[in-house]
Each structure stands twice: as structure tokens, then as C-alpha cells.
Ligand binder design. Structure first.
Ligand code: PMP
Length: 358
């Protein structure tokens, strides 16, 4: 018998690791806070918990694979046809589906860098090639450079707005000007995971873009503004035939029954959830102002997080945060991302930054 063993596809070994935000370690006499995963710090609404509990008693049964009720609720909420929607296991699931449905091996996927760390992972998993275009000194997408990076082999361009982890969002007019110049056969994914937190003039109107451009896919999530990170539900909005292609590669039953129920209940309770988003946006402004007072000018923060460019001092900053009982997300050699969290956690973040020797 041969001693050969199965070998994964050659590029599988090249897939970068996804580094999840660390949980806080319990400390004697000090409440600790997690600011490392851009989560929503608010506890679930009772109505959402109730909707979920009702499904828990049926955990031996598969969920509705067609996601019929959630599709209907979303279509109403967004005023788009059900046929243009895709639901998936988090919006990261949608990114995988886009790449799986559209990329042939060796196709290129252009995206900003640093941006969401799952992009190069998902691109490599799809056997495609990740083309990283550096963000500007202020953490913004360099749309000119991204256009220049498009080649004959480019199949998909990812635009992350607001950009995780740096914070700035692209403006609507800049994105329109960009889309007008992207070849029509190149798919443009507009990753709007943090769209509910954007407060700027000329903010992207994703639904208007989807209606205008047949090559646009919007991806959004219930993980951030709606506080359902644990349940893994995201959605895409795209015209046909893109939407059908995205659904064709869906993982069967990829959105659990609890996730469907929680998402529907969250849409029902949207006004209350968006009030919480408003509180977080106010906290974000307070944090940014507090940091500015102590000499830290962070990039324009349009998501539920702030970015500290720290280079070699990244680890030291993360350690100082740890010591203060807040866990942030270090990107070695680059900087630290900290979520906007509980008031006390945000206060500590400002204090850590104020005391930090750069
Ligand atoms: N896009 C961006 C820009 C993100 O930051 C994240 C989560 N960190 C996601 C997508 C994926 O979120 P989820 O899979 O929870 O919807």
C-alpha cells in the first residue's frame, strides 16, 4: 500500500490565520471589558430572547431552509424584492459565497489593506489571488489606487465602508465616481457591516447603488448594530443574476432557526435597537474628543470602533489596556483597534491612551 496521504490544494497552507479578539480575563476586584471584536455592548432585548427561546424547544428540527419569514421581513424593511436578497452565516459567509460563486482559480480580488482580515482568507480559500491596495495615511480607501490595481484578471473588488479596522467611510459621491470607472464585468462588494453607525455628510446610500449598478453587491450584518454576533446572520442585496448565483452556493440551513427568529424580532424592535446605536455613536464622539484632548488624533471613526496607529508600540499599548482591565485588538506592528463599549470601558480607554508613552 502506498504511503501517500491526501494533500490539500496547494494554496491552502497560505491561508492567513484569523485572529479573533481575545476575551477579557476575570480579575479580582476589577470589572473587565471586551473591546476587541467590535461587538455591541448592550444585552439582548427581552423580546428577542423570547423569540429565540420559542425556537430552542424545537432544536431537534431543522430550521426553515428557505428563511421565508426573515426574507419577507427584510424585503419589506429595505423595500427591495425578495429575489434580490441572500441570507448567510454572518456577512462573512456572504463574502465566501461571493468569491465561491464568481472566482475562478487565479482570478484577482482587489481590496484595501489594512482592511477586514477575513478578505485575504476568503480569497485564498476560493483559490483566487488577493491584491492588497494600501489605505492612505488617514486610513481611507485609496480608490484611485484601487482602480489602477484592476487588471484583466480582476473579478471582484471589495470596498469596506466604514473600513475595519481604521474607521473612515467612503463618501457616496466618491463611490459613485469609482463605480462609474470600474469595468461593468467586475463585481464590487460594498461591505457595509457598520453602516448603521455612519454619521457623515454624503454618506453612502447602498440601496441606491444596488438599484443603479448591476455589478454591486451590498453586504450587511445583524452582528453589530443589532447585537446578534453570536447567532451569525448577514445578508446581501444584489440584482439578478448575481443574487441567484449567491443563493446557489448557500450552505444548506446556514442560518439557524434561533438566528432567523432573533433577526426577525430585531427588525420588529428596530427603533429601540437604533436608539442604542445612537448612544454608541454619542459615546464614539465622546471617545474621539477625549482622545483628541490628550493628543491622540485617530482616523475618522465611522464604525463602532477607533483605530490607534502605533507601529512598534502596538503590543505595549495592548498590554497597558490589559492592565487597565480592557481588552483591545492589537494588529502586530501596525496598531490597535478598540470597540466603543460600555461607558466605563470607554473611560478607561481614554485614560490608557492619555497615560501612554508613544
Ligand atoms: N465585514 C466587516 C468589515 C467586519 O468587520 C465584519 C466583522 N468583524 C464582518 C464583515 C463580518 O461580520 P459577521 O460575519 O459577524 O456578519
Amino acid at each position: 500500500q502506498s504511503s501517500r496521504i491526501p494533500q490539500p490544494r496547494a494554496n491552502i497552507g497560505a491561508i492567513p490565520a484569523y485572529v479573533p479578539g481575545k476575551p477579557p480575563v476575570a480579575r479580582e476586584g476589577l470589572t473587565t471589558y471586551k473591546l476587541s471584536s467590535n461587538e455591541n455592548p448592550y444585552p439582548p432585548l427581552p423580546g428577542v430572547v423570547e423569540a429565540v427561546s420559542e425556537v430552542v424547544s424545537r432544536m431537534n428540527r431543522y430550521p426553515d431552509m428557505g428563511n421565508v419569514d426573515l426574507f419577507a421581513a427584510l424585503a419589506t424593511r429595505l423595500d427591495v424584492p425578495v429575489e434580490d436578497l441572500t441570507l448567510a452565516t454572518g456577512s462573512v459567509g456572504l463574502i465566501y459565497q461571493v468569491l465561491q460563486a464568481f472566482c475562478d482559480p487565479a482570478d484577482e480580488v482587489v481590496h484595501a489593506w489594512r482592511s477586514f482580515e477575513a478578505y485575504p482568507i476568503a480569497v485564498t480559500a476560493a483559490a483566487a489571488t488577493s491584491v492588497r491596495v494600501p489605505v492612505t495615511a488617514t486610513g481611507e480607501h485609496d480608490l484611485e489606487a484601487m482602480l489602477a490595481a484592476i487588471t484583466e484578471r480582476t473579478k471582484v473588488v471589495m470596498v469596506c465602508t466604514p473600513n475595519n479596522p481604521t474607521g473612515p467611510a467612503v463618501s457616496h459621491s466618491a463611490l459613485v465616481a469609482f463605480l462609474d470607472r470600474v469595468p461593468s464585468h467586475v463585481l464590487v462588494v460594498v461591505d457595509e457591516a457598520y453602516v448603521e453607525f455612519v454619521r457623515m455628510d454624503d454618506a453612502v446610500d447602498g440601496i441606491a447603488l444596488y438599484r443603479t449598478y448591476p455589478n454591486v453587491v451590498l453586504t450587511r450584518t445583524f452582528s453589530k448594530a443589532y447585537g446578534l454576533a453570536n447567532f451569525r446572520v448577514g445578508y446581501a442585496v444584489a440584482q439578478e443574476p448575481t443574487a441567484t448565483a449567491l443563493r446557489a452556493v448557500s450552505l444548506p440551513f446556514g442560518v439557524s432557526g434561533v438566528a432567523q427568529a432573533a433577526a426577525i424580532a430585531s427588525l420588529d424592535a428596530e427603533a429601540e435597537l437604533l436608539e442604542r446605536v445612537e448612544e454608541l455613536v454619542a459615546e464614539r464622539a465622546r471617545v474621539v474628543a477625549g482622545l483628541s484632548e490628550v493628543g491622540w488624533d485617530v482616523p475618522d471613526a465611522q464604525g463602532n470602533f477607533v483605530w490607534f496607529e502605533l507601529g512598534e508600540r502596538t503590543t505595549a499599548f495592548a498590554e497597558a489596556a490589559d492592565a487597565a482591565g480592557i481588552v483591545v485588538r492589537p494588529f502586530a506592528g501596525e496598531g490597535v483597534r478598540a470597540s466603543i463599549g460600555e461607558v466605563e470601558a470607554n473611560d478607561r480607554l481614554i485614560a490608557v491612551a492619555a497615560a501612554f508613552d508613544r
